[in-house]
Design a protein around this ligand. Structure first.
Ligand code: MSK
Length: 672
C-alpha cells in the first residue's frame, strides 16, 4: 500500500489515528484510492458527453478566450452530433441537479407515504408528536383544523387533520401544473421573479422528469434554456421535496429544540454494543432509537457480556436523530470506513445516500455486520438486508438491534477507539431560532434583524455540504467558518459541514468568546447560543430558506432574500445533491460559493453565465473558490456590499469602535 501523509488527508486526529491503523492492518480505504486514482481531467470540467452510444465525446479545453475562437477551432470543440461545449457542460450540470433533486424528493415521498400511514393509525411505533406544527402546516395547505361554524366550531382530531394533509401533500408529487404550495412561503418579490422567468416549480416529480428529457440526446440545445429547467427542478427540491420532508418529519418525530450531545469516534464505547446508523432517512433510525432503550434489549445486551448499547450516527441520518434526541454522532462522511476500522462497531445500519460500496469490503475484514435496510439501496455482497416496513417498523428495528447484540461476542481485531470527542449543542430549527433570537412575544426574526441593522452581526452565512477526499477533511470548513465568525458573521449550518464544526468545538456557546468578533460574541453570549447554529440534515437546508425568508418578512433588511447581507458556501462538497442545493440557493437570490472543484469549467461561456449572468435574473450567483480564506473574503465582501445597498454599512462602523477609537475620533474632530 502507498504511504499516506495522514495530516494532509484529514485535520481530524481521530481520523488520522484510524487511517494509520488501517494502513498497519493492510485495509484499503478511500484515502488510499484517492492517492492512486486521479480524477479524469475532462470529466471534472463537465466536458465529457456520455448521453448517447456514439461517444463518449470529450471536448478539450479551449485554446483561446470565448468569442475569439475561429469557426474551425469551435468545430474541434464539439461532440459528434455538433453539441457545443456549452450544451455538453450545461447538460451534465443539469443532470447533477436532476439527480440531486430526485434524491431529496424521493426521500420526501417516503416521508409523506409514512405520514399518511401514521395518520390512519396503520404503523407501529410512530405517532404525531408536534400537533402545533401539524396545525400550522395544515392551515397552509388549506386543511381545516376545526369542524363546524362560529361558536359551534370544534377542533378536529390530529389524525383527521393529518389524513387530509397527507392526501394533499402526496398530490404535490404528481402535480402537473400550477405551483407547489411552498412557493407561497417565499417573499412576494421572489415569487414574482420565479414567475417572470417561468421557473416556479409545478410538482416534485415533473421537474426532474422534464429535465432528464430535455438533456437527452438531441433535445434542448440552448444552455440558458437547459438552466431554466434546471432552476425549476432545483426549486422543486428546496421549496418542495426538502421542505415537505422537514415539515412532516418535525410533525411526526418532533420539531428540534436545543439539545446537548457529543461528536466524533470517541463516542463509541468498548464495553458496549456499538451501532451506527448511516445515510439520510430518519424513518427507521427513529425506531432504532426507541428499540435500544427498551429494558429487554438492554438485558439481552448484558446477557452477551456488554454493559449497554451505544447508538451513534453518521452523515445525515445521524443529524436527524441528533437534532431530535441528542443521540451522539460518530462522524461525518469520510469517517464511515474508519468507524469499522475501530474494531468496536458491531453493526453499521445504512439506508440511502452517501454510503460507500467499499463498506462491505472493510466490514468483512472486521466483525462488523453491515445491514442494509432500504429496498432502493441494496448491496450485491457482504451485507445483510433487513428491510424497513413502516407497518412493523419497531419490530424491524428490534431485529436490527438484536443482530448487533448477537455480534458483540464476535469482536476479533484489536479495538482502538480514539479518545476524541467534543460536546455540542444542536437543535436550531427555524422555529427555535425564531424563539431564541426573535422572542416568543414578537414571534419574528426582528431581534436578529435589529442586530444585523445595528452592526453587531455583520451578516449571515450558510455553510453546508460534504467532505471530499480530494481535500483535507474538514480543513476548508474550519478555515472558512472561523474567518466568518471572526468577522461577526453568524453561521447557519447543516449536513457534514455542521458536524465538522462540532468536531472542533464550534457548536458550543463557549466558542463565541473564543472565535467571534466582538459584536457576534456579545449576541451569542447574551442569548447563550453557539456561533454556528446546527440546523439539521441536508433536507433541512429548507430551514435556512425559511430563516432567510423570515428575516425578509421581519423588516428592515430589504424586500427579498437577495437583499440580505447573506451568503452561502459548500467548501468541501462532493454530492450531486449539493449541486441541486446550490442551484436552489442561487435561484432564491443567494451568492453561493463552492470549493474543491467546479463541474462547469469545460465551458467558459456557461461558467460565465453561472458566475455572472444568472445574477441579473435571480439576484444570486455561483462562485468557485478553492482557497477557503479567499472564499471567506469574497463572502464578507458580498455581505458588505449588501449592507451598503441597504444603507446600514455605517451602523457597523459605529458598533465596532471601542472607547479608545471613539476618543481618538472625537479628539481629531475637535482639532479639525
Ligand atoms: S451526508 S450529501 S456527504 S453533507 Fe447529507 Fe454529508 Fe454531503 Fe452526504
Amino acid at each position: 500500500m502507498a504511504e499516506l501523509d495522514v495530516e494532509k488527508l484529514s485535520m481530524d486526529v481521530a481520523a488520522q489515528e484510524l487511517i494509520k491503523k488501517a494502513q498497519a492492518e493492510g485495509i484499503e480505504t478511500i484515502f488510499d484510492r484517492a492517492k492512486t486514482m486521479k480524477p479524469c481531467p475532462i470529466g471534472v470540467e463537465g466536458a465529457c458527453c456520455r448521453i448517447c452510444a456514439q461517444g463518449p465525446c470529450r471536448v478539450p479545453p479551449p485554446k483561446k478566450k470565448a468569442g475569439e475562437e475561429t469557426g474551425e477551432e469551435k468545430k474541434q470543440r464539439m461532440g459528434l452530433c455538433g453539441a457545443t461545449a456549452e450544451t455538453i457542460v450545461a447538460r451534465n450540470f443539469a443532470r447533477m441537479v436532476a439527480c440531486g433533486t430526485s434524491a431529496h424528493n424521493d426521500h420526501s415521498r417516503g416521508v409523506a407515504l409514512l405520514f399518511k400511514e401514521v395518520a390512519h393509525g396503520r404503523t407501529q411505533g410512530y405517532e404525531i408528536k408536534d400537533v402545533t406544527k401539524l396545525r400550522r402546516v395544515a392551515r397552509e395547505w388549506g386543511v381545516a383544523i376545526t369542524v363546524g361554524e362560529g361558536e359551534d366550531a370544534k377542533p378536529r382530531s390530529k389524525n383527521e387533520i393529518a389524513q387530509e394533509l397527507a392526501d394533499k401533500v402526496l398530490m404535490a408529487f404528481g402535480q402537473q401544473s400550477g405551483e407547489l404550495q411552498y412557493v407561497a412561503r417565499a417573499p412576494k418579490k421572489r415569487q414574482e421573479i420565479w414567475r417572470k422567468y417561468g421557473v416556479a416549480p409545478r410538482g416534485c416529480d415533473i421537474e426532474v422528469v422534464e429535465l432528464m428529457h430535455r438533456t437527452h440526446m438531441g433535445v434542448d440545445q440552448d444552455y440558458r434554456n437547459i438552466m431554466k429547467q434546471a432552476t425549476r427542478c432545483a426549486l422543486s427540491d428546496g421549496w418542495g421535496g426538502s421542505m415537505i420532508s422537514t415539515d412532516l418529519q418535525d410533525i411526526m418525530f418532533g420539531c428540534p429544540v436545543p439539545v446537548a450531545s457529543e461528536i466524533n469516534l470517541g463516542v463509541l464505547k468498548e464495553d458496549h454494543v456499538n451501532i451506527i446508523i448511516h445515510g439520510h432517512e430518519p424513518l427507521l433510525p427513529e425506531m432504532i432509537a426507541m428499540a435500544v432503550q427498551e429494558p429487554e434489549m438492554l438485558e439481552y445486551a448484558k446477557s452477551k457480556g456488554a454493559k449497554g448499547i451505544q447508538l451513534a450516527g453518521m452523515c445525515c441520518s445521524a443529524n436527524e436523530i441528533l437534532m431530535r434526541h441528542g443521540i451522539p454522532v460518530a462522524g461525518n462522511y469520510l469517517h464511515q470506513e474508519l468507524a469499522i476500522i475501530t474494531g468496536a462497531l458491531d453493526a453499521m445500519v445504512v439506508d440511502v445516500q452517501c454510503i460507500f460500496q467499499s463498506l462491505a469490503n472493510v466490514a468483512q475484514c472486521y466483525h462488523t455486520k453491515l445491514i442494509t435496510t432500504d429496498p432502493r439501496a441494496k448491496m450485491e455482497a457482504g451485507a445483510l438486508h433487513i428491510e424497513y416496513d413502516e407497518h412493523h417498523a419497531l419490530d424491524v428495528a428490534r431485529k436490527v438491534v438484536r443482530e448487533a447484540i448477537d455480534n458483540f461476542p464476535n469482536r476479533r481485531a484489536p479495538v482502538m477507539i480514539p479518545a476524541v470527542s467534543h460536546p455540542i449543542v444542536v437543535g436550531f430549527s427555524y422555529e427555535t431560532i425564531q424563539y431564541l433570537l426573535g422572542g416568543s412575544i414578537r414571534g419574528t426574526y426582528y431581534t436578529l434583524n435589529d442586530n444585523v441593522i445595528g452592526g453587531r452581526i455583520r451578516g449571515v452565512a450558510g455553510v453546508v455540504g460534504c467532505n471530499n477526499c480530494r481535500t483535507t477533511q474538514d480543513s476548508s470548513h474550519m478555515t472558512l467558518i472561523k474567518e466568518l465568525l471572526k468577522n461577526d458573521v453568524i453561521v447557519l449550518s447543516t449536513g457534514c459541514a455542521a458536524m465538522a464544526a462540532g468536531k472542533y468545538g464550534l457548536l458550543t456557546p463557549e466558542a463565541a468568546s473564543q472565535y467571534c468578533g466582538p459584536g457576534l460574541a456579545e449576541i451569542c453570549e447574551t442569548v447563550g447560543i453557539p456561533p454556528v447554529l446546527h440546523m439539521g440534515a441536508c433536507v433541512d437546508n429548507s430551514r435556512i430558506l425559511m430563516a432567510a425568508t423570515a428575516c425578509v418578512k421581519a423588516g428592515g433588511l430589504g424586500t427579498d432574500i437577495s437583499d440580505l447581507p447573506a451568503a452561502g458556501a459548500a467548501p468541501e462538497w462532493m454530492s450531486e445533491k449539493a449541486i441541486a442545493i446550490g442551484q436552489y440557493f442561487v435561484a432564491s437570490g443567494v451568492y453561493t460559493c463552492f470549493g474543491v472543484t467546479f463541474p462547469s469549467t469545460g465551458s467558459e461561456i456557461f461558467t460565465d453565465y453561472l458566475f455572472k449572468g444568472i445574477e441579473e435574473e435571480y439576484g444570486g450567483k455561483w462562485d468557485f473558490i478553492a482557497d477557503p480564506e479567499e472564499m471567506a473574503r469574497k463572502m464578507i465582501a458580498h455581505i458588505d456590499s449588501k449592507r451598503k445597498a441597504l444603507g446600514i454599512d455605517k451602523a457597523r462602523e459605529r458598533v465596532l469602535m471601542d472607547m479608545d477609537m471613539r476618543r481618538k475620533l472625537e479628539a481629531a474632530a475637535e482639532e479639525a
